[in-house]
Ligand binder design. Structure first.
Ligand code: SF4
Ligand code: SF4
Ligand code: SF4
Length: 419
């Protein structure tokens, strides 16, 4: 199939022919015009155009689009296998959404209950907030190298991709660039997403130092608000832990993340295991070093979160001082795009640079102008955050479906109270 590599999951989202009413609503949410079919006729997803974001799924009034990758029973089977250490890595946006599947108010923050239910189900936890900090540091350091070279005129020993640097933690956005703007791939940050950082870390440091097991006996489950993460985990590039162990003389080939459960999938798993989320005892995994994190990682689930966290790192390293609150302003005429300017004085040389950054969410509406400007070499920005889903991951295609309309604003407030 065009553009896919072997092993990659294709056709993650399909429309059920019997349920589809041909109402066309999904087309207005699809960022890539991947949905085909005349008004009134059954619609279908063209998987060569689809970026697996699941926006059609959460917004169809009839529930016709389906997530075809159902691994709930497979994970339950693995949890029963005492030879295995099943590790779940929980994304920030899951903890503000899963309560909704158990009758709680949309936006209820239920981290301790989620940890309790995970423990009862038999999971070990590597909080994705922990590895979000690593993505931020990687992405921030990459940006610093580019600022020092391109903006402050310092020599660089390494090849550096061009500015503006784009975030790369949203797999639907990465796929979008691969399919529709391949000439901009050098602008993408080379940092892995927090989920993929978690997979590599679990099967290297985690296996050796935390759980003290053979890395092949770790079954790594991404627990995400996102259907596109199922695609990301299946990409053959992400076998870093196995490659590391091979370099240490050990055999074996396995993915960093074995499978992904969406927030909806995880709720089904708890229900199948008879775990009552409302009464499950709360749990805080204080003894587990991989369940600790800073405030920076927590805001990853919202639009602007990645940018702010990476910029804080860059600002601190260059100036030696903490960054005050970032003042984002909407860019006139580009709804859904915000920009900010930050002036930094290099603590080493005293040179000053003003960084211009932009944040866009919702590929369908808000990204094209930024990309065309970059393609033409006219972008005024140094760093651009792009998330496929309107509002960011809190409104991801794997989140609970609210028949009364989208509830993502409530979830956004829970992750980022000032949003
Ligand atoms: S919104 Fe749902 S019912 Fe309407 S055309 Fe799309 S898939 Fe079919
Ligand atoms: S999953 Fe996303 S890209 Fe694919 S058809 Fe649905 S809305 Fe379009
Ligand atoms: S914005 Fe978040 S939920 Fe949406 S596709 Fe990207 S990573 Fe997935």
């Amino acid at each position: 199939m065009k553009g896919f590599q072997s092993q990659e999951l294709t056709s993650i989202i399909e429309i059920d022919r019997k349920t589809c009413k041909g109402c066309d609503s999904c087309k207005s949410f699809c960022p890539t015009d991947a949905i085909e079919g005349k008004y009134g006729a059954v619609h279908r997803v063209n998987s060569e155009k689809c970026i697996s974001c699941g926006q059609c799924l959460i917004n169809c009034p009839f529930g016709a689009p389906k997530d075809t990758v159902d691994v709930v029973d497979k994970v339950i089977e693995k949890l029963k296998n005492k030879q295995l250490t099943v590790v779940g890595t929980i994304a920030p946006a899951v903890r503000v959404a899963i309560g909704e599947e158990f009758g709680m108010e949309p936006g209820s923050l239920v981290t301790e209950k989620l940890y309790g239910a995970m423990k009862q189900a038999g999971f070990k936890v590597l909080d994705t907030n922990f590895t979000a900090d690593q993505t931020i540091m990687e992405e921030g350091m990459e940006l610093i190298a580019k600022i020092r070279h391109f903006a402050l005129g310092e020599p660089s020993e390494h090849h550096l991709g061009p500015l503006p640097q784009f975030t790369s933690c949203c797999p639907a956005w990465v796929r979008y660039v691969e399919l529709y703007y391949p000439t901009l791939l050098p602008n993408m940050s080379s940092a892995k997403s927090p989920m993929m950082m978690a997979g590599a870390l679990a099967k290297t440091y985690g296996a050796k130092e935390v759980w003290k097991v053979n890395p092949e006996d770790i079954y790594m489950v991404g627990i995400m608000p996102c259907t596109a993460k199922k695609f990301e985990a299946s990409r053959p590039e992400f076998h870093s832990a196995a490659h590391y162990w091979q370099s240490q003389g050990k055999a074996g080939s396995y993915p960093d993340i074995d499978v992904v459960l969406t927030t909806r999938d995880l709720a089904r798993l708890f229900k199948k295991l008879g775990i009552d989320f409302n009464t499950v005892p709360e749990f805080t995994d204080k003894d587990n070093p991989l369940a600790q994190y800073s405030g920076a990682g927590t805001i990853f689930g919202n639009t602007g979160g990645v940018m702010e966290a990476a910029l804080r790192t860059a600002y601190f390293v260059i100036t030696g001082k903490e960054l005050d609150v970032l003042d984002f302003k909407p860019v006139r005429g580009l709804q859904g795009v915000k920009e900010a300017s930050v002036t930094m004085k290099d603590a080493k040389t005293g040179k000053e640079v003003t960084l211009k950054v932009a944040v866009a969410h919702g590929i369908k509406e808000n990204v094209k102008a930024l990309l065309e400007e970059t393609k033409a070499g006219k972008s005024p920005y140094h760093f651009i955050e792009i998330m496929n889903c309107p509002g960011g991951c809190v409104n991801g295609g794997g989140q609970p479906i609210n028949p009364m309309g989208t509830s993502w604003l409530g979830k956004a407030k829970a992750v980022l109270p000032w949003s």
